[in-house]
Design a protein. Sequence first.
Length: 186
Amino acid sequence: MKVFQIGFNKCGTTSLNHFFLRNGYKAIHWDHGNLALQIEDNYLHGRPLLSGYEDFDFFSDMELVSSRCLYAFEKYYQELDRQYPGSLFILNTRPVDKWIKSRLNHGDGSYLRRFEQIYSCNREGVIDRWKYEWYKHHSNVLQYFYGCENFLLFDIENDDGSKIKKFTGCSKMQASFYRHDHRTSC
């Protein structure tokens, strides 16, 4: 069984990755953007999306942002669901304004600068685009997984490991292993 984190970065992706690692899952987090690049390449060449990463159980922060391009998981969660039946999907979330603030501070502002180049706009334009993408992605995911048992909405500010344990159905999972790692001041 594969578990995919399909919310945005700066929403507890590292915490979720560490939680699954602590519980004995073979987890991959970002992989310096290589995970996103491989998924994109696999898609373009008609291969299963996880080719090259088949041995992993948990996948988080599947994106790459450079000054020239953006590769992100948002366009592939439906294909992952089709290609890997029985997989679980976690939409990790937090209040949008806190998410924006955390992203603005990420990498001492370098993350914002990369998006300014990708989108060809200033800070305010990036913030508007991020908010639009946030609401669009959440709406699309909630609509796609409506009523599905393989989907969990996980609020990093209000939920804990017991919610993930119940969702996975893994009785050996230790709910207490969930903690907010790499917490930002936002």
